[in-house]
Design a protein around this ligand. Structure first.
Ligand SMILES: [Zn+2]
Length: 334
C-alpha cells in the first residue's frame, strides 16, 4: 500500500485508500483533516477479520505518512453508516477516545445492525410482495450477512448531526450538508474556501451512485437523492473528494451526467409500465441485460428498480394493485 500524493486536495486534506474487498469494492477512501496536533478522520472503512491487523495497518501507515499517529484522532465523521465506511468506527473510538459525528438518520442503519435477522425478514417480505420467485427470495434476502463480519461494533453518534453544522479545523471550516438518497443519513462535508466537497458515496467518479429502496427507510429515496444532488450543485463546488475512487474536478459536470442517467432509467421504467402493468421483478429482469448470477448485483438491480418505481409512484405516474397471486403490480395512471 502506498499513499497517494496528489495535487487534487484541499487545505491539507490527505486521502488514505483503505482496502475493502467486499462485493467488488476495492477501496474506501478515508480522509484526514488536520487540526493542529489533532485530526478528524472521515470514514474509517471496514474492520477486517481476515487480516492480522484487522485493517488497521493501512490506516496507520497513511496517518504516519501524513505526520500523525492513530492516537491523534480526536474526531471521526462518518458520511453514512454503510459498513464499508463505518465498520471500523467503533474500534477507532475504543483506541482513541475520539467522538463520532453521524447524521441522526443513521439510527436506522444501527438499528438494522443490532437486529440483522429482523432486517432479513423484512427484506424477505418485500421481495415476496414484489413478485420474486421463492428461489430468488431465498437467495437474495440475506444481503446484510455479507457485511456483518466487517462491522467491529455497533456504535451510535456522540454528536448527532442534522445538517448545517460546521466542523472548524485550523485549516478550513467544513459544513455538514445532509444529502439523503444513497443513504438516508448521508452527509457531505463542504468547504467554501477550498471550493471542495467530501462527497462520501453521494458523488462518485465513473459510477452512478446506487440509490436503492429499502422497506422502512426512505419512501422516495430517488427523489431525496436528486434533491440532494441539486443542493450540492447549488453550492457550486469544483473539487470532489469521493468515498471511492480518485478525486476529480468539475463537480457540476459529474452531477449533470448522473442526473441524465437517472432520468433515462426513470423513463425506461415509466414506458415499460405504460405498455402493460408489470411487477417490479418483471421490470428488473427486463432491465438486466442478461441473467446475473451474482446475488449482490441482482439485489442492487432489484432495489434500484424499486427506488425508481417509488419515484414514479409519488410523482403520480403509476399506482399499485395486487394480482390474484398476491404480488404487487404497477400500472400507469396517465
Ligand atoms: Zn461506499
Amino acid at each position: 500500500m502506498t499513499i497517494v500524493s496528489e495535487p487534487l486536495t484541499a487545505s491539507g486534506v490527505r486521502r488514505i485508500p483503505l482496502p475493502c474487498g467486499v462485493n467488488g469494492i476495492e477501496f474506501t477512501n478515508a480522509y484526514v483533516l488536520p487540526d493542529g496536533d489533532k485530526l478528524t478522520l472521515v470514514d474509517p472503512g471496514i474492520w477486517n477479520p481476515e487480516t492480522a491487523d484487522h485493517g488497521l495497518a493501512p490506516l496507520e501507515r497513511g496517518l504516519n505518512a501524513a505526520g500523525y499517529a492513530l492516537r491523534d484522532i480526536s474526531r471521526i465523521v462518518v458520511t453514512h453508516a454503510h459498513v464499508d465506511h463505518y465498520g471500523m468506527a467503533g474500534r477507532i473510538m475504543e483506541l482513541t477516545g475520539g467522538e463520532l459525528w453521524m447524521h441522526t438518520m443513521t439510527d436506522l442503519d444501527t438499528e438494522k445492525y443490532r437486529h440483522p435477522d429482523t432486517a432479513a425478514m423484512r427484506r424477505r417480505d418485500m421481495y415476496d410482495d414484489h413478485g420474486l420467485s421463492t428461489d430468488e427470495v431465498e437467495r437474495l434476502h440475506r444481503t446484510l450477512d455479507v457485511w456483518m463480519p466487517y462491522l467491529y461494533s455497533v456504535v451510535e453518534a456522540s454528536k448527532r448531526l442534522h445538517g448545517g453544522e460546521t466542523l472548524h479545523t485550523q485549516s478550513a471550516d467544513w459544513q455538514m450538508i445532509h444529502t439523503p438518497g444513497h443513504s438516508l443519513g448521508h452527509v457531505c462535508l463542504y468547504s467554501k474556501q477550498d471550493n471542495a466537497v467530501l462527497s462520501g458515496d453521494h458523488l462518485l467518479p465513473g459510477l452512478t451512485p446506487p440509490v436503492t429502496f429499502e422497506r422502512g427507510f426512505d419512501a422516495d429515496p430517488l427523489k431525496s437523492y436528486l434533491n440532494s444532488l441539486a443542493h450540492i450543485e447549488s453550492l457550486e463546488p469544483d473539487l470532489v473528494l469521493p468515498g471511492h475512487g480518485k478525486p476529480f474536478r468539475d463537480a457540476a459536470r459529474r452531477i449533470q451526467a448522473i442526473q441524465r442517467k437517472k432520468a433515462r432509467r426513470l423513463e425506461v421504467i415509466r414506458v415499460a409500465i405504460e405498455q402493460r402493468p408489470r411487477t417490479a421483478s418483471e421490470i428488473a429482469s427486463q432491465l438486466m441485460e442478461k441473467a446475473l448470477l451474482d446475488s449482490h448485483k441482482n439485489n442492487l438491480a432489484f432495489t434500484e428498480t424499486l427506488a425508481h418505481i417509488a419515484y414514479l409512484r409519488w410523482s403520480g405516474f403509476i399506482e399499485r394493485r395486487i394480482r390474484p397471486d398476491g404480488s404487487y403490480e404497477w400500472y400507469a395512471l396517465r
